[in-house]
Design a protein around this ligand. Structure first.
Ligand code: ADP
Ligand code: ZN
Length: 761
């Protein structure tokens, strides 16, 4: 620990000198702690450390009375006159290179303000833990057979290993190839019959384990695709920022436009970042990028910290041209960035659910603006916020109105569930059943969407109406078979449900509502000749099961795929002739101002899975509100009509995109205490809003609440929430910051602030 010791020495040597001096000069570092104190702290940089303390590296600094050493991020360094108050000194430097560029440091400062997060928390969020821990990828030695064993007798196992080691291979590869045990290999190394000739990284970080499906690059783009490509490559070549929305129906060739835009970016000597909602749900998109480009870093959640660190270094060194990943891939340290793409930009997974609660779309726009590169957003169902910015002329919209190759969008039939004949035989109406039969008879495949897992959605007493609820969350238990298990979808608690009502002792409980498990059972009974599979978080627990099921579906080993919204994402299977939406209303009545938008997006997206091939396709949507604009627009493949009907509603209520929302949620075990604290926060916010309104002429600021949250209890904790709404986000943030400054939170309570929330439950 060389720097450490010298730092300590200088601490003692220097101090007397600067106590005596009147005008003192020196170097001061401003640091941010990852947690604890939120405000930036200044430290003196002792002479021996001046050359190594720089913004973006971490340093060790003494903190508090005990001068305990803490790791902190250096965010600024300045030389000159020192302040009057004496400063403590930096004790040591942690990193030999900056982990964060100046641009990234600026970004974290902006993010902290934009989402009311602690700067230290943001700094930790933009660096993967493997990078922070400087984890090294495990290295395996490469072994090769040294030659003739001489007169030594070889066992058959040894002979096999040596045969396999004619070419250099790792011990793992040798045991796999020969079927011999590891001990045999170790023995041969000891005997000198195997020799180490080098090493490889245990698993080439991010290298694809699945063979890529080769998608041929089409010879010609459609005119609409060519226009969209030009709209992207123009600014890219000119080094100019622009945000471009590709608003294109499913199958209109958006991904092909991204691929060719990335191609141009690479040939221009630049790197591209491509964000997808979730790697495991978008295997086809990732495969297409892998198949098209040589060096693609796919940042998925299965990477170990060491692998992530290795990827990070490859990207930072400029050895990787394309980065594909979920939300946090936006922080990839690409030194020659030329393009950012966000596929399915409307997906709520682009917003982080824990602090810092940032939205990757906004972060991407900040980066693209700072780096003077284009940002491409793509969706068949753009977020209303995105659409509005295009209508306002701020962002450019490119439409891809038709499917590639002239295939038609499927005809959509809505089935009114208020009609009793529609529900006579369970969750599948006669018309949906007829549609399934039609598709199977024509040699096609079927996808059925039901956004509730489990067997029954709730279990209720027929006599007294009592519903079985989770004691920790008060959420109705979902019935899962076999075993009559009640599972809470809030906290995961599993109980065995009793045979009789615990309230009135009446025998037999009714299994109400249909989940995917029951639907699968009904479908198997109704279509005994068809191969049926189910895809939801219950059946997709193990790693790789998602890919396996999709591969089986692609290879036609499955005729009918039943699933939750997992099946609605960017999948392209040409033989799907029927898509059934079993209950389109499931999400429509949630206490969330985006409920209609989400419903329209989900129904439109899943409908787009049908009729992609030559055989044509149909969609059947079951709903109790066929007249709702979100259902009508989805049925007509006219998402824009929905946006135009929704915008005036948002405007009237000053909801996004016409205003900003900051949501506060208070949690605790004692409901009365939670209510009290929520009320206290509300009063402070109201007082601040009143002052703000008087000062800045902002009568439109509203503070709603406090009230129990739509999910009033979760994991035993009661939840109350309140919302601050107003036309100007920056003013709202200032208001919340002032109202909550210096607030001491009682130890039995916790509260969070969510700026521009996407989850209102
Ligand atoms: P989206 O991303 O909008 O759903 P894709 O890019 O996946 O659309 O295109 C749908 C299908 O059409 C894919 O199989 C793709 O390979 C193919 N495709 C895209 N563009 C063209 C083109 N210009 N010519 C021929 N086939 C194309
Ligand atoms: Zn629960």
């Amino acid at each position: 620990m060389g720097p450490d010791q010298s730092a300590q020495r200088s601490l003692f040597e220097d101090r007397p000198a600067w106590v005596d001096d009147d005008i003192r000069h020196g170097t001061v570092a401003t640091v941010i702690l990852p947690d604890g104190v939120d405000k930036p702290l200044d430290y003196l940089v002792p002479e021996p450390l001046v050359s190594s303390v720089e913004p973006g590296r971490r340093v060790r600094v003494p903190l508090g009375k005990a001068n305990r050493l803490r790791l902190a991020y250096c965010v600024a360094v300045r030389s000159g006159e020192l302040p009057q108050t004496p400063l403590k000194s930096v004790a040591g430097v942690e990193d030999d290179k900056p982990l964060l560029s100046r641009r990234m440091l600026e970004l974290t400062e902006w993010m902290a303000e934009r989402w009311l997060a602690r700067r230290g928390e943001v700094l930790e969020a933009v660096l993967p833990s493997g990078v922070r821990m400087q984890r090294k990828v495990k290295v395996s030695p490469l072994l090769v057979a040294t030659g003739l064993p001489g007169d030594r007798k070889l066992t058959p196992a040894q002979a096999k290993v040596l045969a396999a080691a004619a070419e250099p291979a790792t011990a793992d590869q040798l045991t796999r190839a020969s079927g011999a045990s590891r001990a045999v290999v170790t023995r041969l190394v000891k005997n000198g019959l195997l020799q180490e000739v080098g090493s490889v990284e245990a698993r080439r970080a991010g290298a694809s384990e699945r063979p890529g499906i080769s998608h041929d690059r089409p010879d010609h783009l459609s005119p609409a695709q060519a226009d969209a490509l030009a709209a992207i490559t123009g600014p890219m070549r000119a080094g100019r920022h622009e945000t471009i929305l590709l608003f294109g129906v499913t199958g209109s060739g958006k991904t092909e436009v991204y691929l060719q835009a990335v191609e141009e970016t690479i040939s221009f000597g630049r790197q591209a970042i491509v964000l997808v909602p979730e790697i495991s749900l978008t295997p086809q998109t990732c495969d297409r990028f892998r198949a098209r480009f040589g060096t693609v870093a796919v940042l998925h959640s299965h990477l170990t910290p060491a692998e992530r660190h290795a990827q990070w270094r490859e990207i930072a060194a400029g050895r990787v041209n394309v980065v594909v990943g979920a939300r946090s891939a936006i922080f990839a340290p690409a030194p020659r960035l030329g393009l950012i793409v966000i596929d399915e930009e409307h997906e709520s997974s682009f917003k982080q659910a824990t602090s810092p609660r940032y939205h990757a779309r906004d972060v991407a726009e900040w980066i693209a603006r700072a780096e003077n590169v284009p940002l491409v957003l793509g969706s068949a169902t753009p977020a209303i916020e995105t659409f509005a910015r295009c209508l306002a002329g701020e962002w450019r919209m490119c439409r891809l109105a038709d499917r590639v190759g002239g295939s038609q969008l499927p005809g959509v039939l809505t089935v009114d569930l208020r009609d009793p004949t529609a529900r006579a035989r369970g969750a599948v109406s006669p018309r949906l059943a007829a549609g399934i039969r039609w598709a199977l008879d024509a040699g096609g495949q079927v996808m059925l969407l039901l956004n509730r897992r489990g067997f029954a959605t709730h279990v209720q007493c027929r006599a007294c109406g009592h519903t079985m609820r989770c004691p920790q969350c008060e959420i109705a238990f979902t019935l899962h078979q076999p075993g009559n298990r009640g599972i809470c979808h809030g906290c995961g608690l599993v109980v065995r449900l009793p045979p009789d009502c615990p309230e009135c002792r009446a025998p037999g409980l009714a299994h109400r509502g249909t989940g995917t498990q029951r639907l699968e059972e009904q479908i198997r009974r109704t279509f005994p000749d068809a191969a049926v599979a189910r895809m939801d978080t219950d059946t997709m627990r193990s790693r790789g099961s998602h890919e396996k099921t999709l591969d089986a579906f692609r290879d036609r080993h499955i005729d009918i795929l039943v699933g939750t919204q997992m099946i609605a994402k960017g999948l392209d299977f040409p033989s799907v002739m029927l898509v059934g939406v079993v209950n389109a209303d499931a999400a429509l009545h949630l206490a969330d101002f985006r409920a209609a938008e989400r419903t329209c997006q989900l129904v439109t997206q899943v409908s787009g899975r049908s009729g992609r091939g030559q055989l044509g396709g149909r969609v059947v949507v079951q709903t109790s509100t066929p007249e709702h604009p979100s259902i009508r627009a989805a049925a007509a493949h006219d998402y824009e009509a929905f946006v135009r009907s929704e915008l005036p509603i948002r405007e009237a209520l000053v909801y996004p995109p016409f205003g900003s929302i900051i949501r506060l949620v208070v949690r605790g075990l004692d409901e009365e205490r939670v209510r009290e604290w929520a009320t206290h926060l509300t009063a402070r916010l109201r007082a601040e809003a009143a002052a703000c309104g008087a000062a800045e002429g902002q009568p439109a600021i509203r503070v709603l609440g406090p009230a129990p949250a739509p999910i009033p209890r979760l994991r035993e904790r009661f939840r109350w929430h309140l919302q601050v709404l107003g036309p100007d986000g920056a003013i709202l943030r200032g208001l919340v910051r002032r109202a909550t400054a210096g607030l001491k939170t009682p130890p039995d309570l916790a509260w969070i602030v969510d700026v521009d929330p996407v989850d209102m439950l």
